[in-house]
Ligand binder design. Structure first.
Ligand code: NI
Ligand code: MN
Length: 219
C-alpha cells in the first residue's frame, strides 16, 4: 500500500509502509501547513529547487530525522550541516531502498546560483509517481511519460510562478498519466485557483483534489 499525505502547498509525503519520502518540505511559514517541521517523518527528503517554498525546512528535518536529502548538489549543500545527501542531476537515476528516483527537468528558476530546478519520477510501492516541481508546461513532458508509465502526476496549477490549470491539463495529456493530483495553489491569493477547473479540462485521467492534511491511497 502506498499513501500520499498532503501537507499543503507543494509539500507531501509518500509512505510505502517502510520508507517515508518527504518532498519539498516547506512547513514553517506555510499558511497551508497541516503538520509541524518538528513532527513530520522522513527517511528521504526530495528537494526540487532552492526557493523557500520548496527547500523550506529540509536541513532541520534532515538533522532531526537522519533522512537522506536528494537534490541538485548546489541546492542540497547546506553549508556544513551534518546531513546525508544524494547529490544528483538531470537525467540521473538513483536506486534507493524503496525503488528509484529519477531527476527530470523543470522549466523554472533555481533560487540559487549554480543550480537548476528539477522534477522527480519516483518508483515506489509498485507505482510510478511524477512530481513536476515548479515548472511551466514544456514539450519534454512527453518523453518523461514515454520512459515510464506514470500512475500519478502531481502538478502545480497555481499560475503566476508555474503552470495554471489550462497548461496542467495539457501536461497531463503529454505525460499520459492515469491520475492527476494538483498542488501549489491557494497558498496565497497570488496563486488562487479553483481546482475544479482542472477537473473540467483534463480528459482521459482522473483528477484527485486532496486538501492539506488529507491523505490518498495510491491504487
Ligand atoms: Ni519556485
Ligand atoms: Mn514554488
Amino acid at each position: 500500500m502506498l499513501t500520499y499525505n498532503y501537507y499543503g502547498h507543494a509539500c507531501f509525503q509518500l509512505d510505502d509502509g517502510k520508507d517515508k519520502i518527504l518532498v519539498d518540505p516547506f512547513l514553517t511559514g506555510n499558511p497551508q501547513a497541516s503538520i509541524s517541521d518538528k513532527d513530520v517523518e522522513a527517511t528521504y527528503i526530495l528537494v526540487t529547487h532552492a526557493h523557500g517554498d520548496h527547500v523550506g525546512d529540509a536541513p532541520n528535518i534532515a538533522v532531526r530525522t537522519g533522512a537522506t536529502v536528494v537534490g541538485i548538489p548546489e541546492i542540497v549543500d547546506f553549508g556544513g550541516q551534518r546531513v546525508k545527501t544524494i547529490g544528483m542531476n538531470l537525467g540521473g537515476t538513483v536506486q534507493t531502498s524503496f525503488g528509484f528516483v529519477r531527476m527530470v527537468p523543470a522549466l523554472h528558476s533555481s533560487g540559487i546560483a549554480g543550480g537548476v530546478a528539477c522534477g522527480y519520477v519516483i518508483g515506489v510501492g509498485g507505482k510510478v509517481i511524477y512530481f513536476a516541481g515548479d515548472t511551466s508546461l514544456f514539450a519534454g513532458m512527453k518523453f518523461i511519460g514515454e520512459r515510464d508509465k506514470i500512475d500519478y502526476a502531481i502538478l502545480p496549477i497555481g499560475g503566476h510562478y508555474t503552470m495554471d490549470p489550462v497548461d496542467a491539463a495539457r501536461a497531463a495529456e503529454l505525460l499520459g498519466a492515469s491520475n492527476i493530483i494538483p498542488v501549489h495553489y491557494n497558498t496565497w491569493s497570488i496563486i488562487k485557483q479553483n481546482p475544479e477547473d482542472l477537473v473540467k479540462l483534463v480528459k482521459g485521467a482522473k483528477v484527485h483534489i486532496v486538501k492539506p492534511g488529507q491523505s490518498l491511497e495510491l491504487a
